[in-house]
Design a binder for this molecule. Sequence first.
Ligand code: PEP
Length: 255
Amino acid sequence: MRKPFVAGNWKMNLTRAEAVALGSALAAKAAAFPAVDIGIVPAFVHLDAVGQAIKTSPVLLGAQDACAEKNGAFTGAISTAMLSDLAVKFVLVGHSERRHVFGESDALCNKKLLAVLNAGLIGVLCVGEKIEERQANKTFDVCKTQLVEGLKGLDKAKAGQLVIAYEPVWAIGTGLTATKEQAQEVHKFIRAELATIFDQSTADALRIQYGGSVKASNAAELMSQPDVDGALVGGAALKVEEFLGIITAAAAAKK
Ligand code: PEP
């Protein structure tokens, strides 16, 4: 049985005071959901303050990105050691905005993922197709390439620190959501690929989050799917009641 993992990616939103207030509000409710791993992913500059606000709660602190290099002359970058120092537990790698707005390649995502895992952090590797790729029936090809290239050189012993997020790019921040059938079809494909890359029991133990306009009102049907093990949430994670609604749906679906 995989423990569902629901994480809220706050992206480049919220002032420091707003971020602390949102983290505190969530921390106050999180203990009611022991069957769900709950994570929040503030902007780098708010990690310290939000980390302090949630430190006595079960809420996991995440970062939106990390540098693949350990330290040195990399102006503007943040290392995995700096993140660990702030009690960060997991890091998003290859979010579609990093790939498609900032131009990150599969090779760079792979380097970042290995750096994150080698630092003892959880790495959430995000994969997913653009609308034109889905329309050209390339969804499986795109996800396979992002998995195979993204997971290159990953020691199976580190797979316990890995989470995959399937995030169809056309569903991110658009209000469009994959149907539960579309989500399940790709999640099942991803798990089969993971079995090829690692082995079946490793693949069976790995969590695959769905992301793309998840909200309280559609979470239950997405979470009802056997290979959907939680959610990576953007916009709806900025409202505490919406986010709690998604966590509640995950807890109920995976009982
Ligand atoms: C995301 O950024 O990972 C995401 C899924 O965003 P949204 O929920 O807003 O579509």
